[in-house]
Design a binder for this molecule. Structure first.
Ligand SMILES: NC(=O)c1ccc[n+]([C@@H]2O[C@H](COP(=O)([O-])OP(=O)(O)OC[C@H]3O[C@@H](n4cnc5c(N)ncnc54)[C@H](OP(=O)(O)O)[C@@H]3O)[C@@H](O)[C@H]2O)c1
Length: 329
């Protein structure tokens, strides 16, 4: 069967290859074979191919991919919560392959009749946005949250979750042309990043409370957010898109009691009971179904064009995510 693989780290389109791997075989009791339909390419995948992901590098050769959507192709004996044909989240890691054998209990069933492209992006970004908004600081309706890289997949999810709760968002982007579309999407305030960000934020929100900042960029961008939060506020760093270490000045941490902390979804998976994880995915799948959660897709490539797809995903200035399809693979 077809699978993506890397044997060395380097430029994504140079190191990624399509290879033939052995079929996963027949499912045993309690096991299923999931056939992959669509997988997204996330910034963490690109960093993994480059050997720059923050966590310990994986052993090589490695099949990348943290998420995707597929369906049950075969089911072993003794399985009741999914059946052949059901659409499911592809169990990871290593989702960039045509078929995967997994214990049925780790396979999450998805609603029928929903855009599979949105379901392919359900596993990573929506829970990240949800948990950062709900589990770090108690943000009350009417208060503000600020985020950078606000046009990202995570950023779109956060805007919609905050709106549902009556929490207002300041959305920071690095391209002026994103301001109008992100406002139309539901961002209350949208600003281009810059050295005077805090002054422009205060001009926009007045004396509104802003207890939480969500930082995907790191470097000096972290400091610009730290200056925007209210006294005693929290900055959560969850990405290092700039490739630079987070900087926060003592004027914020010492004199304004601002806290910088991190968030990593994988840690949440490790520390959370399976029932609680399944409950969150049920809620989030419902939000895809009712149209609350929508992330733009810029292109879907056939898996055979994987080199073009990863090169495209690694470029900035996209209007949405890059997905790869295993149809006819
Ligand atoms: N900690 C966790 O558990 C966790 C979980 C999920 C995601 N993440 C992280 O969340 C971030 C967003 O992921 P995503 O899938 O939502 O992204 P995405 O949809 O692929 O969008 C990428 C975003 O990054 C921006 N960007 C890229 N390089 C940048 C730079 N040097 N400075 C400022 N902005 C930059 C892009 O801006 P332009 O459009 O202007 O290029 C765009 O907004 C990534 O860092 C990812 O690793 C972390």
């Amino acid at each position: 069967m077809l699978a993506a693989q890397i044997s060395a780290f380097g430029p994504p389109d140079k190191v990624i290859e399509l290879v033939e791997q052995p079929e996963p075989g027949e499912p045993g009791p309690g096991e299923v074979i999931v056939e992959t339909e669509l997988v997204p390419i996330n910034p963490a995948d690109v960093l993994n191919l480059e050997g720059k992901y923050g966590a310990a590098p994986p052993n090589l050769p490695m099949t990348p991919g943290a998420e995707g959507v597929g369906h049950i192709a075969k089911a072993g004996a003794g399985i009741s919560h999914v059946k052949v044909g059901d659409r499911v989240l592809v169990p990871g890691p290593g989702t960039w392959r045509a078929r995967i054998k997994a214990p049925a209990k780790v396979v999450f069933p998805l609603p029928a009749g929903v855009d599979p492209r949105q379901l392919a992006m359900l596993r990573v970004n929506p829970p990240t946005a949800w948990l950062m908004l709900h589990e770090i600081v108690a943000v009350k309706p009417g208060q503000w949250v600020i985020q950078n890289a606000a046009n990202s997949g995570v950023g779109h999810c956060l805007i919609r979750f905050a709106r549902e709760e009556g929490v207002k968002t300041v959305n920071v982007v690095r391209r002026e042309e994103l301001i109008a579309p992100l406002r139309a999407f539901g961002g209350d305030v949208v600003l281009a990043d810059g050295p005077d960000l805090d002054a422009r934020v205060r001009a926009a929100i007045g004396d509104g409370a802003l207890p939480l900042a969500i930082d995907a960029v790191g470097g000096s961008a972290t400091q610009r957010l730290a200056r925007c939060v209210s006294e005693g506020g929290t900055v959560v760093n969850y990405g290092l898109l700039s490739g630079e270490a987070c900087t926060v000045d003592g004027r914020e941490t010492v004199f304004r009691n601002v806290t910088l902390r991190g968030f990593w979804l994988r840690r949440w998976f490790m520390e959370t009971p399976p029932e609680a994880i399944a409950a969150l995915y049920r809620k989030l799948a419902g939000k895809v179904t009712d149209g609350t959660l929508v992330v733009e897709v810029e292109a879907v490539y056939p898996i055979r064009d994987i080199k073009k797809a990863v090169a495209h995903a690694a470029r900035g200035g996209r209007s949405g995510k890059i997905l790869m399809s295993f149809a006819n693979a």
